[in-house]
Design a protein around this ligand. Structure first.
Ligand code: DX5
Ligand code: ZN
Length: 230
């Protein structure tokens, strides 16, 4: 069976208790911390920057931190996130003047790279840089907010991306972000995704009376993944 990774998006965490929230989801079986950076310019929302990433590292988080940049310009902030302990730095190609240069900059800073595709952005933008890409992230919502519904067309695009990655021969992860939940994660995996960002589906479980809410929801996501025919 393929290896699947669950990446809770801290956008939906309780920010007043962020360190504790991250500790809890990781102790409950999550693999990756998905870190959404929004600038009120490239997307209409404003979130967190390198200081918060650094604070999580200082707090003791050792798991992968997957920094998803929804900012424009891109390059200025890359070294700051590398210093703050980012593992992956992913960006939207439309937000960079020079995609190849931004990828190279991330690598030179010692981090892994990722390109993020909005629902309407063609995958062909990755054609000439696949040798420099460690992860392709398909947005299954328009970026900017948590809690939106999965756009069904993403399933076709995931299949297309899966073919592109397999044909390339490179070791490139395929991640999906937006509206992923217990009901749809299985078909999302069957379409080709291997890393699953889930914000409201994971952190929303804190609103239930179950004292082991994060363990319960992450186990339910994994149980669905175990049924996936891949
Ligand atoms: C949206 C962000 C996502 C978001 C996902 O712009 O990139 O990571 O937090 O949240 P859900 O899983 O609630 O759609
Ligand atoms: Zn994200």
């Amino acid at each position: 069976m393929a290896e699947f990774k669950i990446a809770p998006s801290i956008l939906s965490a309780d920010f007043a208790r962020l360190g504790e929230e991250v500790d809890n989801v990781l102790a409950s079986g999550a693999d990756i911390v998905h870190f959404d950076v929004m600038d009120n310019h490239y997307v209409p929302n404003l979130t967190i920057g390198p200081l918060v990433c650094d604070a999580l590292r200082k707090h003791g988080v050792t798991h992968e931190i997957d920094v998803h940049l929804m900012v424009k310009p891109v390059d200025r902030i890359i070294p700051d996130f590398a210093k703050a302990g980012a593992s992956f730095i992913t960006f939207h190609p439309e937000a960079s003047e020079h995609i190849d240069r931004s990828l190279q900059l991330i690598k030179n800073e010692g981090c892994k790279t990722g390109l993020v595709f909005n629902p309407a952005t063609p995958l062909s933008l990755a054609d000439h840089v696949l040798d420099k890409v460690d992860r392709i992230l398909l947005m299954s919502v328009n970026p900017g907010f948590g809690g939106q519904s999965f756009i069904p067309h993403t399933l076709d695009k995931l299949q297309e991306a899966r073919k592109m990655i397999d044909a390339s021969g490179y070791d490139i992860d395929l991640e999906v972000d937006g509206g992923v939940n217990i009901k749809n994660i299985r078909e999302v995996a069957e379409a080709g995704a291997r890393t699953f960002v889930a914000g409201s589906a994971v952190f929303g479980a804190a609103n239930t009376s179950d004292p082991h809410h994060y363990e319960t929801v992450i186990a339910a996501l994994r149980a669905e993944l175990a049924k996936a025919n891949v």
